[in-house]
Structure formats: structure tokens, C-alpha cells
Design a protein around this ligand. Structure first.
Ligand SMILES: [Zn+2]
Length: 437
């Protein structure tokens, strides 16, 4: 680990699970050394050899965010994103770690590919790039990935994201392994027979527009099946990008019964409705699709009452030539890393502390990353931190986007909550909203 200059974050509100306090934070040797009100007076000024000073007035200082759901596109789709460009977007979004989804080409279904992704993440050196692996070989749903060797190499999260695992025999067997190896399966809930050819949510809007619909029941049926399999096997299961009101209700019931499950929602599913498709703009095509206001309200209630554990971006870059096709041909997905905080603060209806729990503390726990991420800002802990202004109003513009792709749905929409500064291992890698590394 490289030794860096010490850093003093001054005048911010430190937010931890225990509460919030107005305090300065002293960081040295990559670690938080001291947290307390007005400790800055003890240290020499920056121009007299003292620590680098960061003004956090009006800002929150807390643990950096963790994204459970990031498509980095490398290997195989480097025209849309690379691990380096995706890491840059993540750092600017306030993230300290991202889970790299395995639908790459080749897919992350072997130790070799997983290690390649991890190594490219280290080479980029901006955030912890944590590879997940496929549940089935090449995400084909037919044969299980080599769980034992992947787990031995430190992979704790498994998913065929992009596809749901359709075959209940395969899913049941995967869960038996998961239980034995103490790993977590992440399901993309979609019964594919019910969504063939779909481009948007099935409802009033899709009938109006004459477009083939993706019905809510396609998500709900797989979620229900898997909850029963969890009940039977006791395996840990995480549900990706839940989008319907009924899904929230099912997760709430299952948690009340004590099943070992967690669930995430994406920023776009609680901020945008299916009406966005009325202009036939492919930037709003996403899987699962944007739903209705009723669904949005249920997702918000679920985030507020703890039913939903995490906000995950499903950051899905697509090069312009891919999105620049008709709705049927264009791939689903939208950018998310640089806008997630702004959407969460503006549209979730959650308190600042709850947003941090959804974006940092809970996802760090779910991904098993608490050795480095999602910890209190407290003396002795690794300084993987974000400083953000929770009240700042802003709008995203294309020139801010550092992803290789530009498929963001938030241009011209009001956002709130802006990242100022990110520290990785005590080193400032984002300052004043710019990558400094
Ligand atoms: Zn998915």
C-alpha cells in the first residue's frame, strides 16, 4: 500500500450507524486516526507541512458507497465500457467498491476470467472491483459453474444476471451448493416465457403504444419460486433490481418469516415510469422495465421501512450504435454510477442516514466486504470515505459523463446530493467532483 500524505477533513457531519456528529476527521497511513469536533486546531497549516485540508462544510462524511450491480463490459464489450472507465464513473459517484456482473464475453464462469477482472480493477486503481461469477456456465442455464474453485478464489456472489435461472432443478441444486459453501446467489427474476419480445412494462402505456409488454407477473413468479427454494434449502439469496409492488410485499412477508434473503432496487425503478417510453426513446428501455407510479410508491415504502436492503445501480453502458436502433433491437440498460446518489436523495423519500445504509453499509455486508468497506468513520478503520453535499441541487449533462457510453436517462431532470470528495485507502482520488488520481 502506498503511503500518502495525511488528510484532514474539516467541518463536515460524520454519519455512522450510531448517529451523526459535527466533527473533523484526521487520516494518516490510509487509516482514520481521529474523529472529533475542532481537532483541526491541533495540526499545522497545509503550507507549513501539516495535513492536506479538505473543507467539508455543509457536507456529510461517511463510508464510500458499494454498488452490488455494475456492468463494466470488460472483457468483450470494451466499445461500451472498460474496467478503467467504469471505475472512474464509480469513483465520481462516490463508490469505494463495485460488484462486476458476470455477463461479459467470455462470461465470468471460471477462475481465469474472474481473476482477469480483478486484476484489471487493481490496474485501474480507483475502486475495489469485486467480480461476481455466473450461476451456470456461460449463463446458459444448463450446467452449474465450478462453484468450488470459484469460492476457493474468494468469489462470494453468483448470478446469471441478464437471465433468470429458468430451470427449477438447476436452481435448487445451485442453492444446495450455495448453502454448503456459504456463498450468496443473486437472482434476476424473470420467467422468460412471459417476456418474449417485450420492450416495456405490460400495462396501459404499452397497449396505447402498441408495444409488446413485460408483465409484472414474470418477476413475481420467479421470486415466489425462489422464496420457496430458500425456505427448503436455507441458502442465502439476494434479489436483484426488484421492480413491482407485489415483489416488495413478498419480500416483506419472507423477511417476517426469517428467510435469509436480501433485496435491491435501482435508482431508475423508483424515479421513472413506463410513460417515459411514449417517445420511443431507447435510453428508457431497461430490464426489468420501468413500471408504474404505484410500483414506484411501493419501492419507496420498501426502502424506507427496511424491506429493501440496498440501492444498486445496474449501471449498464451501451455504445451509441447499439442504442441507436429501434426499441425492439436496442439492448436494455442505462448508466447509473454517476447519478445514483443524486437520484436517491431526490426521489427515495429516505433520510440521509437511510440512503447511506442503502448505498454503503448494507451492500458492504451483503457482499462480504466489511474488511474494507461500509464501516464507521472511526479511529482505526480504513479510510474508504465519501464526502457529499446532501442538499446540492444539480442536473446531469453529457460533458460530465466519464463512461465510454452516454445512455443516461437523467439529462434535464432535477437531482439532489452531490459527491465532492472520495478517499481510497486514505488517498484523495476525487476532489471537487473531479478524479485527481
Ligand atoms: Zn438483471
Amino acid at each position: 500500500m502506498s503511503h500518502s500524505k495525511s488528510v484532514l477533513i474539516i467541518g463536515g457531519t460524520v454519519v455512522n450507524t450510531s448517529g451523526e456528529v459535527l466533527a473533523d476527521v484526521m487520516i494518516d497511513q490510509g487509516v482514520v486516526q481521529e474523529v472529533g469536533p475542532n481537532i483541526s486546531a491541533k495540526y499545522a497549516a497545509e503550507n507549513e507541512g501539516g495535513p492536506r485540508r479538505i473543507d467539508a462544510t455543509s457536507c456529510v462524511v461517511t463510508s464510500a458507497f458499494v454498488d452490488l450491480h455494475t456492468h463494466l463490459r470488460e472483457p468483450g464489450r470494451e466499445e461500451s465500457e472498460t474496467i478503467e472507465t467504469g471505475s472512474r464513473a464509480a469513483a465520481l459517484g462516490g463508490y469505494g467498491a463495485v460488484i462486476a456482473m458476470p455477463n461479459t464475453e467470455p462470461a465470468q464462469d471460471s477462475v481465469a476470467v474472474v481473476e482477469f477482472v480483478r486484476m484489471q480493477g487493481e490496474r485501474a486503481g480507483l475502486v475495489d472491483v469485486v467480480p461476481s461469477a455466473c450461476i451456470t456456465v456461460n449463463r446458459s442455464g444448463l450446467q452449474l459453474s465450478p462453484f468450488h474453485s470459484l469460492a476457493q478464489n474468494g468469489v462470494t456472489l453468483y448470478t446469471d444476471d441478464g437471465n433468470g435461472v429458468q430451470d427449477p432443478v438447476i436452481m435448487r441444486r445451485a442453492m444446495e451448493y450455495a448453502k454448503e459453501l456459504n456463498i450468496t446467489l443473486m437472482q434476476h427474476c424473470e420467467v422468460s416465457r412471459l417476456t418474449e419480445g417485450a420492450v416495456m412494462h405490460e400495462g396501459c402505456c404499452s397497449s396505447h403504444l402498441g408495444l409488446p409488454g413485460w408483465p409484472s407477473i414474470a418477476e413475481v413468479l420467479m421470486l415466489q419460486r425462489d422464496l420457496e427454494l430458500v425456505r427448503e434449502t436455507g441458502a442465502k439469496m439476494h434479489f436483484l433490481h426488484l421492480s413491482t409492488a407485489r415483489s416488495v410485499e413478498l419480500v416483506r412477508q419472507a423477511k417476517n418469516e426469517g428467510l435469509p434473503i436480501t433485496a435491491e432496487v435501482t435508482p431508475h425503478h423508483f424515479s421513472l415510469t413506463d410513460e417515459k417510453l411514449s417517445g420511443f426513446n431507447t435510453v428508457f428501455k431497461v430490464n426489468p422495465p420501468l413500471r408504474t407510479m404505484e410500483d414506484i410508491e411501493a419501492l419507496r415504502a420498501g426502502m424506507q421501512d427496511g424491506t429493501i436492503d440496498a440501492i444498486a445501480t445496474d449501471h449498464a453502458p451501451h455504445a451509441a450504435h447499439l442504442k441507436d436502433q429501434d426499441l425492439q433491437a436496442a439492448p436494455p440498460g442505462m448508466l447509473g454510477l454517476q447519478s445514483a446518489l443524486g437520484v436517491a436523495m431526490k426521489y427515495s423519500g429516505c433520510s440521509v442516514q437511510r440512503v447511506i445504509e442503502l448505498m454503503s453499509w448494507a451492500p458492504a455486508r451483503i457482499a462480504g466486504l466489511t474488511a474494507r468497506q461500509g464501516n464507521s468513520v472511526a479511529s482505526g478503520n480504513i479510510a474508504n470515505l465519501v464526502v457529499f453535499n446532501p442538499a446540492a441541487q444539480w442536473e446531469q449533462s453529457l460533458d460530465q459523463i466519464v463512461s465510454k457510453s452516454q445512455n443516461t436517462p437523467y439529462l434535464g431532470l432535477p437531482l439532489q446530493g452531490q459527491v465532492q470528495c472520495v478517499l481510497r485507502d486514505g488517498k484523495v482520488i476525487v476532489e471537487a467532483g473531479v478524479v485527481t488520481k
